[in-house]
Design a protein around this ligand. Structure first.
Ligand code: ATP
Length: 361
């Protein structure tokens, strides 16, 4: 078992700077998710760890061992690709056995390991099935079985659930999480689906344009996003502009509110985030802000209600409370549910680091 350390990793494809000064340590035995929009560099980062792309600069360590020059097949890492890359002319058993045969693992050991991998992935009853006769979820399991049969220390999964329909995808999320806990190895999972990231991970790395913008537990990232980008990317959010008055006090539209954040200079412009599920509807004048109900959508477990405040800002609310379109009400949120962000703080920090690093290069 090993921890994975990325040190000042930069990746260029031609002139394009794809990964920018990535520093991160993946601890052993945890479930990590790399989350970010299409094109932000998630897969490239995964490929660097797997040995399929050689980084332009920076170092990769597994434990104390520098891996920069070590080829993919010599790393204790296996990858499950998005398209599963199964052999269509081989059955389930043969697909799982393939890698072990190439490595010339003895027949006795091979059979024991395949049996175990099929058991872990609930495929024992399907071992002689042709690949074409499998469902999407079963194919996905074969791809995982084929990877874990090699007993890797690290399993990399690239958008592995994206080909599945919603219900199957949710089932597979449970299975994947359970599998990681049973195997106790490091999983690094790439997705652009924030709900998937929240459900699966011990730790989420949120990426944007080649940077890791924030890393932390799902709860940290959801409750304490570092900036608007993360707040918007993870879940829905209402973000209004305001000003820090003093520690524990912030103003929104010129009205003072108690909050639990501090450490920001008085007079600093801030952004205040409130999650839709933390807003309560109250009769007019009884909450923080008077609003008019603009639209109501029934979402199954809650109503999604859009309301307009007197400054024209549209708040999104998730609630089981009932109301009517056009009605004037007011909205209320607890001080613990207001999260204060200082715009540009993190971006500036990144830009400074980037300039410094590019200067060295
Ligand atoms: P997606 O979610 O769409 O898979 P991603 O975040 O995984 O996106 P990457 O696949 O890492 O993104 O790609 C990041 C950028 O690097 C993209 O603009 C892509 O076109 C570019 N890129 C990736 N691989 C190569 C390559 N081998 N040569 C040139 N450009 C590449």
């Amino acid at each position: 078992m090993t921890e994975i350390r990325l040190q000042n990793i930069n990746q260029y494809f031609g002139e394009t700077h794809i990964l920018k000064n990535i520093d991160f340590t993946f601890l052993e035995g945890k479930f990590y998710t790399i989350l970010g929009p299409s094109g932000c560099g998630k897969t490239t980062l995964l490929k660097i760890i797997g040995g399929f792309v050689n980084q332009t600069s920076g170092d990769l360590y597994f434990g104390d061992k520098k891996m920069n020059e070590i080829p993919a097949n010599k790393r204790q890492v296996n990858t499950v690709f998005q398209d599963y890359a199964l052999f269509p002319h081989l059955n389930v058993y043969e697909n799982v056995a393939f890698g072990l045969k190439i490595k010339k693992v003895s027949k006795v050991e091979r059979e024991a390991r395949i049996k175990e991998a099929l058991r872990f992935t609930n495929l024992t009853d399907f071992k002689y099935r042709d690949i074409e006769q499998l469902s999407g979820g079963q194919k996905q399991r074969v791809a995982i079985a084929r990877a874990i049969v090699n007993e890797p220390d690290i399993l990399l999964l690239d958008e592995s659930l994206s080909a599945l329909d919603h219900n199957l995808r949710v089932d597979m999320q449970y299975e994947l999480k359970e599998l990681q806990q049973k195997l106790g190895i490091t999983f690094i999972f790439v997705t652009h689906d924030q709900e998937e990231a929240l459900a699966l991970s011990d730790e989420i790395l949120v990426m944007d344009k080649g940077h890791i913008v924030q890393a932390g537990s799902p709860k940290d990232i959801y409750d304490e996003p570092l900036n608007k980008y993360v707040a918007d990317f993870i879940g829905e959010s209402n973000i209004v502009e305001g000003e820090m008055l003093e520690d524990g006090k912030v103003s929104i539209y010129g009205r003072a509110y108690e909050c639990v954040d501090g450490g920001v200079k008085s007079g600093t412009p801030v952004e205040i985030m409130v999650r839709p599920e933390d807003i309560v509807l109250k009769p007019l004048e009884e909450g923080h802000l008077n609003v008019t109900v603009d639209s109501i959508l029934f979402r199954g477990v809650h109503y999604e209600i859009c309301v307009l405040d007197e400054d024209g800002y549209e708040w999104v609310i998730h609630t089981t409370q009932k109301t009517e379109e056009g009605k004037k009400v007011s909205i209320y949120f607890d001080k613990e549910d207001m999260h204060i962000m200082v715009p540009g703080e993190k971006e500036d920090e990144f830009n400074e680091r980037l300039e410094l690093y590019e200067g060295i290069l």
